[in-house]
Design a protein around this ligand. Structure first.
Ligand code: NAD
Length: 307
């Protein structure tokens, strides 16, 4: 496993991190034992960065991650969680709720500090409230030593870039914008680098879209994108390549993107993902798949409230 520095924070993170959304049953029902096994497998494979949120499984993922990490020396891992999102359509970016949320996360994660807290999916918040209340609550928690680094996550890159300019966060989490079908994160890199932001890239498999079985029923991608990806996955399979393998390798091979979060509750999938980091990419199949996805390149979906 390669370890890279996360922007100006100076902290080292594994090039692949484990996203704990799967531990909150977001893709399929998962048992407590499976959840613990995948966390232990991740750590044994050299993964030292774990990301979660109170939203994943409505606190289930945080509790499971906290329990699974009890045997691991606290300083050996980087834990990020989030505040502000508590359900599919339930957001609260008030100062009081974010302050309380951090306390609750500390308890569920069984720790006295959180390495990183992101305001979760800020495009759903009122921009003034996000900046004047949620962000201030996070800065207070940082000043009190409960949180080491503070930032925000979301889908629309323009919202994240505006947040960088206004708040000067330590870290930003972007998802579904650096993967086989969408590379728009590259255009935002200069703004993030200028802001000395520690960049976390999430969803290398585009939340399950870039897999042979395809995305979960709730996946928000437009039908055309789903159709093209399914066709590309079938073509790759006929040529002996699993689309998920290709997607994982594609999303993790740029050192200027220090870390990528993948989620799974399967220890086998995780081991495969880690092994793929060190393996050569099938460049011919990659080129053909990118060609087949070209008509839907950078096609995304709406997220958040219109501003
Ligand atoms: P992902 O791209 O990691 O896809 C996850 C899906 O891929 C799951 O269904 C998983 O079972 C499957 N998968 C994983 N490895 C596989 C393999 N080798 N073969 C076949 N299928 C495989 O998407 P994600 O879960 O959305 O993102 C990862 C993490 O990033 C999340 O858990 C979360 O921590 C973070 N994230 C944050 C936000 C946010 O803050 N708004 C949004 C998205 C993701």
């Amino acid at each position: 496993m390669e370890y890279r520095t996360l922007g100006a924070t100076g902290i080292k993170v594994s090039a692949l991190g484990l996203g704990a959304s799967a531990l909150g049953n977001m893709f399929r029902p998962v048992s407590d034992d499976e959840a613990a096994d995948v966390v232990h497998a991740a750590y044994a494979l050299g993964i030292t960065y774990f990301d979660v949120s109170p939203y994943y499984g409505l606190t289930v993922a945080e509790s499971r991650l906290g329990k699974a990490l009890t045997g691991v020396p606290r300083r050996k891992v980087i834990i990020s969680t989030k505040a502000g999102r508590y359900g599919e359509r339930l957001f609260d970016f008030s100062r009081a709720r974010v302050t309380q949320s951090i306390e609750e996360s500390l308890q569920r994660l069984r720790t006295d500090y959180l390495d990183i807290v992101f305001l979760h999916d800020i495009e759903f918040g009122n921009p003034a409230q996000v900046l004047e209340q949620a962000w201030r609550a996070l800065l207070d928690a940082r000043a009190a030593g409960k949180v080491r680094y503070a930032g925000a996550s979301g889908l629309p890159l323009d919202v994240l870039m505006r947040f960088v300019d206004a708040a000067h966060p330590d870290v930003i989490l972007s998802y579904c914008h650096y993967c086989l079908n969408d590379t728009t994160l590259l255009d935002a890199l200069p703004r993030f680098h200028a802001g000395r932001v520690g960049l976390v890239n999430a969803s290398p498999l585009a939340m399950g879209l870039l897999t042979q079985p395809g995305p979960p029923a709730w996946h928000p991608a437009p039908a055309l994108l789903k159709e093209r990806v399914a066709a590309a996955a079938d073509w790759a399979q006929r040529h002996g390549v699993d689309l998920a393998d290709l997607a994982l390798q594609f999303a993790t091979r740029r050192p200027e993107i220090p870390t990528t979060l993948v989620s799974t509750a399967s220890a086998d999938h995780l081991a495969r993902n880690v092994r793929l980091l060190g393996e050569p990419v099938n460049e011919d199949v990659l080129a053909e798949v990118l060609d087949r996805l070209a008509p839907v390149k950078d096609l995304t979906w709406a997220s958040g409230e219109p501003t």
